[in-house]
Design a protein around this ligand. Sequence first.
Ligand SMILES: NC(=O)c1ccc[n+]([C@@H]2O[C@H](COP(=O)([O-])OP(=O)(O)OC[C@H]3O[C@@H](n4cnc5c(N)ncnc54)[C@H](OP(=O)(O)O)[C@@H]3O)[C@@H](O)[C@H]2O)c1
Length: 254
Amino acid sequence: MTSVAIVTGASSGIGAATARRLAAEGFHVLAAARRTDRLAALVAEIGAAGGSAAAVECDVTSAESVAGLAAAAAAAPGPVTLLVNNAGGARGLDPVESGSVGDWQWMYDVNVLGTLRVTQALLPALEASGAGTIVIVSSTAGHVVYEGGGGYSAAKHAQTAVAGTLRLELCGRPVRVIEIDPGMVKTDEFALVRFGGDADRADAVYAGVAEPLVAEDVADCVAWCATRPQHVNVDRLVVRPLAQAAQHKVHRAG
Ligand SMILES: NC(=O)c1ccc[n+]([C@@H]2O[C@H](COP(=O)([O-])OP(=O)(O)OC[C@H]3O[C@@H](n4cnc5c(N)ncnc54)[C@H](OP(=O)(O)O)[C@@H]3O)[C@@H](O)[C@H]2O)c1
């Protein structure tokens, strides 16, 4: 039977690329996000390429919506073996001194509590498969701090803590927990969302960086980790572009 993979935040960027890649690897993919028009286009594209996928409208900040995702997973045509907690993002680049409480709440709710809600809802199905995998897409911001990154770093540090705690708690049960921490990834929307739609500020993030990571690079990491033999648990995979030696050390031309 075809294994089922669930990808949250599949309507753009890393999530969409991961859904495409996992379908190409032979999974039936449940692509979850709020924007159903984008999900429908993605599912059609996957189908045209010979893959199998379905769209599920899901807001990870809503327990009711996440319950709907779990119901869709229960009705899917195969065992649920893979959950990719990817939905998330950043809002703002303000110092702690003047950061918006609303932005911080949004980042915690989507990145951390979203991962918690979806993981709690899908864990029974993952465990019942006998060979489950939970991937958590956190960030290098889950390990270091930088000026203006307080809210996002705090949320990603928390997401990283969830991954580590869950791995300890599930030890002895048939579900592995993998954390993937990308550095700079040039996706269409991440920086735009961060800067409230300000394209100039968003473009400046990647200015002069010849080859930032792209969504497909991270999808490749997810697929590689998820397709290792089940006894192989890649605890944490940190991936950055060659030009980014550290958060504060980015080579920019010009
Ligand atoms: N880009 C980077 O440089 C980078 C680096 C390290 C880590 N990451 C992490 O990688 C993940 C994906 O980032 P990306 O660059 O692909 O960003 P993106 O293109 O902005 O994608 C974010 C995705 O999250 C979904 N999302 C947001 N709020 C949601 C909600 N309440 N419920 C369900 N889905 C929601 C969005 O879908 P809808 O709006 O349709 O719901 C979208 O599909 C995030 O967790 C991000 O923090 C990104």
